[in-house]
Design a protein around this ligand. Structure first.
Ligand SMILES: [Zn+2]
Ligand SMILES: [Zn+2]
Length: 273
C-alpha cells in the first residue's frame, strides 16, 4: 500500500473519531472529551479518569481524580446542574479532590481505606447495592463489585448500555495484590455478575483509567478476565510471571497473569483469603 492510499484510508477514520470524540476543555491538569450525548470523560495528565453524566435535573461526577485545581469550577464549565459526586472506590487516584465538594457518595465497605488520609470535612453518603440515582430522564444503578477494594462499585446506565467500572475490573490490568486482600473467588463472583449484566444489555465498560485504553471494553474483556481468575482459583494457571513494578504496591512478591489485553496482578499468598 502506498502512502497516498494509507492517507486516503486514514482520513475518514480520523474524521469519524473526531465526530464521536470531541475535546471540549483543556487545562494544565486535564482534558475533557465528549464521548456520547450527556457523557464526558475527564483525563488527567497522570492518567486518572473521571466521567460526567448529565440528566435533565442533575449531573453525576464519577470519581474526582488526583491533583486537579478547581475541579469543581471545571465541572461547572460543562454543566450547571446540581452535582452528585460518586466515588467508585476510595483509592487516592479516584478520590483525590473530594475536599472540593461538600458531599460525596461511596460504598461503606471502603471506609477502611479512609483511615490513612486526612479526614474529609464534608457530608458522606453511603451507596447500597442496586441503588438507583435518578438524574431526570437518566437513571443510574449502583452495583457492588468487590475485589480490587472491599467497596468497589460500578455505575450502570442501562438505557445507554454503559458501565462505569472504576478499577473493579482494571484498565487492562486489575490489581488484586492490595490490602485488604479479597479471595480470588470474590473477584470471580464480581465477574460473573458483570457477565449477567451484559446479558441484560450492558455493552460498554468505561474503565477507571481511560487514557490507557481510549475505548470502552466489551464482553470479551470480562470473559478473558473470568477465564484467568478461574485458572488462578483452580490452580491451572501456568503463565504467571513476577510482577516487577518498582513501586510499593502492598505485597512482597506479586505475580501477573496475562492473556491478550487482560491481566490479573495478585499476591500468590492471598489467593484464598
Ligand atoms: Zn484502585
Ligand atoms: Zn485507579
Amino acid at each position: 500500500m502506498n502512502k497516498k492510499s494509507i492517507l486516503l484510508l486514514a482520513f475518514p477514520l480520523l474524521m469519524g473519531w473526531m465526530a464521536s470524540a470531541q475535546s471540549v476543555y483543556k487545562n494544565q491538569d486535564l482534558e475533557i472529551t465528549k464521548l456520547e450525548d450527556h457523557l464526558w470523560v475527564f483525563e488527567t495528565t497522570d492518567k486518572t479518569t473521571m466521567y460526567l453524566i448529565e440528566g435533565e435535573k442533575k449531573a453525576m461526577l464519577i470519581d474526582t481524580g488526583t491533583k486537579c485545581e478547581k475541579l469543581n469550577e471545571v465541572v461547572r464549565a460543562i454543566t450547571k446542574k446540581p452535582l452528585v459526586v460518586l466515588l467508585t472506590h476510595m483509592h487516592g487516584d479516584h478520590a483525590g479532590n473530594i475536599d472540593q465538594f461538600g458531599e460525596i457518595w461511596f460504598h461503606p465497605a471502603d471506609t477502611v481505606l479512609l483511615k490513612n488520609g486526612k479526614p474529609y470535612q464534608g457530608k458522606i453518603h453511603f451507596v447500597a447495592d442496586n441503588q438507583i440515582f435518578d438524574l431526570g430522564k437518566k437513571k443510574l444503578q449502583i452495583i457492588h463489585m468487590p475485589a480490587h477494594t472491599p467497596g468497589s462499585i460500578v455505575v450502570l446506565d442501562h438505557a445507554a448500555g454503559n458501565c462505569f467500572s472504576g478499577d473493579a475490573f482494571g484498565s487492562g490490568q486489575v490489581w488484586l495484590q492490595l490490602k485488604p486482600y479479597a479471595p480470588i473467588k470474590t473477584y470471580i463472583s464480581s465477574l460473573v455478575r458483570m457477565e449477567t449484566l451484559m446479558d441484560m444489555g450492558i455493552t460498554k465498560i468505561y474503565c477507571g483509567h481511560y487514557p490507557y485504553v481510549k475505548k470502552a471494553y466489551d464482553r470479551s474483556y470480562i470473559q478473558t478476565m473470568l477465564k484467568l481468575a478461574k485458572s488462578l482459583d483452580d490452580g491451572t494457571a501456568r503463565n504467571a510471571v513476577p510482577f516487577d513494578r518498582k513501586v510499593s504496591i502492598g505485597c512482597e512478591h506479586p505475580m501477573i497473569l496475562t492473556e491478550g489485553v487482560a491481566s490479573i496482578v495478585y499476591d500468590p499468598e492471598h489467593l484464598k483469603y
